[in-house]
Design a protein around this ligand. Structure first.
Ligand code: C5P
Length: 235
């Protein structure tokens, strides 16, 4: 048993590679995120396998479509039995309401989370698609919209977490990628935070990929990260 506040991003190309890796950890040690690559390659039966092994699954497919289609996709995710699912807040109020309403009849629906502004997008990218607001303003605006619709939370960079925690209050779930242990390589992430910084900023769940998936001993890496959330030394 380590820490279920950690969601490991299963960024592997095939089911075989992913299952091989999962054999090295256990279900109590973390939750798992399945994104577009692995879901497209391995599909819902693979997700079921993960759940049969006792893992909670965050299905990270970032639904963004007309309300009817997103509602149907959310229903399919809930029927599959995943723990968390997400949509793009840019799909707007009616799309998010349809997603929320589609989950309402389920006894134990997945947590419904919104993506605000992709962290890969800078001011000039927003300008180019006709959005004049700066990225931070957009994140705040979309998080407020998601919360007003009744979504459970948002995915955000750990750097936005403190601001969103102040804005949204205690009950709103903040899921933060871009986490690196104090002395680890940043890989291609530009603005990283340590596990403890993210937690102090108000993150509920940390999404971590390579620092865990590429570790020689993933279970030990999970334990270290869990420990670091409480009392890492920040140099
Ligand atoms: O390996 P690493 O820890 O960078 O993986 C982070 C995971 O979180 C990846 O699956 C990545 O796609 C995802 N993610 C992210 N930044 C976002 C949203 C999702 O890194 N803003």
């Amino acid at each position: 048993m380590t820490d279920r506040r950690i969601i490991v991003a299963l960024d592997f190309p095939t089911e075989e590679i992913a299952l091989d890796w999962i054999g090295r950890i256990d279900a109590g040690s973390c939750r798992l995120k399945v994104g577009k690559e692995l879901f497209t390659a391995a599909g819902p039966r693979f997700v079921e396998q993960l759940m049969r092994r006792g893992f909670d699954v965050f299905l990270d497919l970032k639904f963004h479509d007309i309300p009817h289609t997103v509602a149907a996709a959310c229903r399919a995710a809930a029927s599959l039995g995943v723990w968390m699912v997400n949509v793009h807040a840019l799909g707007g109020r009616r799309m998010m309401e349809a997603a929320r309403d589609a989950l309402a009849p389920f006894g134990q629906p997945p947590l419904l989370i919104a993506v605000t502004v992709l962290t890969s997008m800078a001011q000039e990218d927003l300008m180019e698609i006709g959005i004049a607001a700066d990225p931070e303003e957009m994140v705040q605006r979309l998080a407020r919209l998601a919360q007003s619709v009744g979504l459970d939370g948002v995915v955000c960079s750990a750097r936005e977490a403190a601001m969103l925690r102040r804005q949204a209050g205690a009950g709103f779930c903040l899921v933060t990628p871009g986490i690196r242990p104090a002395r680890a390589a940043a890989d291609d992430q530009r603005r990283v935070m340590t596990p403890r910084q993210a937690r102090m900023a108000g993150a509920n769940y940390l999404v971590v990929g390579r620092p865990i998936t590429q570790a020689d001993d993933p279970l030990q890496a999970l334990r270290d990260m869990s420990q670091a959330m409480e009392n890492e030394v920040i140099e």
